[in-house]
Design a protein around this ligand. Structure first.
Ligand SMILES: Cc1cc2nc3c(=O)[nH]c(=O)nc-3n(C[C@H](O)[C@H](O)[C@H](O)COP(=O)(O)OP(=O)(O)OC[C@H]3O[C@@H](n4cnc5c(N)ncnc54)[C@H](O)[C@@H]3O)c2cc1C
Length: 404
C-alpha cells in the first residue's frame, strides 16, 4: 500500500516538530527549508510547561532541558525605581503538570535536535536550500512547487503543512487573509555576556521591567557554548531609523538605563524586529494547513508565539492521524482551525497585547493599579495558580479538549 506522505514547508521549530510528530506516527515526510541551515538568530527561548509536555511527546524533552536553563520563577519590576514588584513561582503548578517550570532553550536548538531525530526515520526526506514557491491540490493529493539546488522541483504528497513563518508563501498562495495589525515601533534585541543576576540584585532568569518611557524584557539563555548570556528586548522609538536603533549610542545607553554599569556592556548580538498581532482567517484549505508563525504572529512579551506554534503542530499531526486511520471523518480537520485559531486569539493574542500594555503604561494611576493587581494575584495561592495556568497555556490545552 502506498505510504501517506506529508510535505512540510519550513524547517523552523514548528515545521520540524510537525515533521517529527508525523514521522513518529508512521508517515513519510518531506521537509523543505529555504535556507542552507537552521536560522540561529536570537528569537524564542521561553518554553512553557504545556509545551514541554508536547516536546516530551516527540521524545526530545531530555536534550531540550539539558541544552537550556530551567526557570522556575518570573518577575515584574518597576524599571525607573529599579524595584521588584512581584515574583511568580511555577512550582504552584506541580499538581497540574510534570514540568512546573519554564525552560529557556533557544529555538534553533529545538529545530536542530528535531532534524537530527528525523534522520533516524527512513522515510523522512529533509531538503535544505529548497524554497517552496507555490502549492496546488486536487481531490487526492497536494503538490508543492519549489526552487532547490537543482532548479525547479515539485513535491507531491497527501497533505501539506505550511510552517514557513510570518511571511508564509503557502498562506499567500492560498490567498488567506492575515488579519490584525502591526505596532508602529519595532523591538530591539541585544545579547550581552554581562551577568544581570550580579547587577540587578534579586532578579531571576525571566524579568519584565515596566517603564512608561522604555520597558525592557530581560532574560537569560544558555548560549551555544552553555556559558550563559542575557537578552534584553527594548521597544524602539517610532521615528528611530534602523541605523540609529542598532548603533552604539542606542545600544549602550539602553543597557545603561537598565543598570548603570560604569563601563560599556559586552554586547555580542544586536537585532531589530517588526512586531505584529495577526491571525490567519483560516488555518486550512482542503489538504493544506498553516501552523506556527504562518498562521499567527504576536509581540514577544510573555514568550507565547512559538509555544502556540508547537501546540498547532501537535494538534495537527494528531488530527491528521485520526483522519488517515479513519478514526474520524475529514471534518475533524476543520476542528484544527476552530480550536487553534480561537485559542490563539483568546490566549496568545490577548495575553501578549495585555502584557505589552502593562509594561508601557504611561498613566501613573493605571500603572500603580496594574502593579497592585499583580501583587494581589501573587499573594493569593489560588489566584496565582489560575494566573500561571493561563500564562503557561495549560488552560488553553484544557479548553481545547472541550471544543468540538
Ligand atoms: C525577539 C523575539 C523573541 C521571541 N521570543 C519568544 C519566546 O520566548 N517564546 C515564544 O514562544 N515565542 C517567541 N518568539 C516568537 C518565535 O520566534 C516564533 O513564533 C517562531 O520562530 C515561530 O516558528 P516557526 O517555525 O513557525 O517560524 P520560523 O521560526 O520563522 O521558521 C520558518 C522557517 O521557514 C523557512 N521558510 C520561509 N519561507 C519558506 C519557503 N517559501 N519555503 C521553505 N522554507 C521557508 C524559514 O527559513 C524558516 O526556517 C519570539 C520572537 C522574536 C522576534
Amino acid at each position: 500500500m502506498k505510504k501517506i506522505r506529508i510535505i512540510i514547508a519550513g524547517g523552523g521549530p514548528v515545521g520540524v516538530v510537525a515533521a517529527l510528530a508525523c514521522a513518529q506516527q508512521g508517515y513519510a515526510i518531506t521537509l523543505l527549508e529555504a535556507e542552507g541551515k537552521i536560522d540561529d538568530s536570537p528569537r524564542a527561548a521561553t518554553t512553557h510547561p504545556s509545551t514541554l509536555e508536547m516536546i516530551a511527546r516527540v521524545g526530545l524533552i531530555e536534550p531540550f532541558i539539558q541544552e537550556g536553563l530551567v526557570a522556575r520563577y518570573f518577575q515584574f519590576w518597576d524599571k525607573p525605581a529599579r524595584a521588584k514588584i512581584v515574583e511568580f513561582d511555577h512550582d504552584v503548578l506541580r499538581d497540574e503538570t510534570p514540568y512546573p517550570f519554564v525552560v529557556q532553550t533557544e529555538q534553533h536548538k529545538l529545530a536542530r535536535m528535531g532534524i537530527e531525530r528525523l534522520k533516524t526515520f527512513a522515510d523522512a526526506d529533509v531538503r535544505f536550500a529548497t524554497r517552496a514557491t507555490g502549492v496546488s491540490q486536487d481531490a487526492d493529493s497536494a503538490t508543492v512547487t519549489a526552487e532547490g539546488p537543482n532548479g525547479s522541483e515539485t513535491f507531491r504528497g497527501d497533505y501539506v503543512i505550511g510552517a514557513d513563518g510570518g511571511r508564509s508563501t503557502i498562506r499567500k498562495a492560498l490567498d488567506i487573509e492575515f488579519e490584525g495589525f502591526t505596532w508602529p515601533e519595532r523591538f530591539l534585541v541585544l545579547s550581552t555576556l554581562d551577568d544581570f543576576q550580579e547587577l540587578l540584585t534579586g532578579c531571576c532568569y525571566r524579568n519584565y521591567l515596566a517603564d512608561p518611557d522604555e520597558w525592557t524584557n530581560l532574560f537569560k539563555v544558555a548560549g551555544d557554548d552553555g556559558k550563559g548570556r542575557w537578552r534584553a528586548v527594548f521597544p524602539t522609538r517610532v521615528e528611530e531609523s534602523d541605523e540609529e536603533a542598532l548603533g552604539d549610542e542606542s545600544t549602550y545607553s539602553r543597557l545603561q538605563r537598565v543598570f548603570p554599569l560604569g563601563r560599556r556592556y559586552n554586547v555580542v548580538h544586536r537585532n531589530l524586529y517588526n512586531v505584529h498581532q495577526r491571525v490567519a482567517a483560516t488555518f486550512r484549505k482542503g489538504r493544506v494547513f498553516l501552523a506556527g508563525d504562518s498562521a499567527h504572529v504576536n509581540n514577544s512579551v510573555g514568550g507565547l508565539g512559538l509555544n502556540g506554534g508547537i501546540h498547532d503542530a501537535i494538534e495537527l499531526a494528531h488530527s491528521l492521524h485520526q483522519v488517515i486511520t479513519k478514526q474520524a471523518g475529514d471534518n475533524l480537520l476543520n476542528r484544527y482551525t476552530r480550536r487553534r485559531r480561537t485559542l490563539n486569539i483568546e490566549f496568545v493574542q490577548e495575553q501578549t497585547i495585555n502584557n505589552k500594555k502593562r509594561l508601557e503604561e504611561r498613566d501613573s494611576k493605571a500603572r500603580q493599579a496594574r502593579f497592585d493587581e499583580l501583587r494581589a494575584i501573587a499573594d493569593e495561592p489560588a489566584r496565582q495558580k489560575e494566573f500561571l495556568l493561563r500564562t503557561s497555556l495549560i488552560a488553553s490545552v484544557r479548553k481545547a479538549q472541550s471544543m468540538e
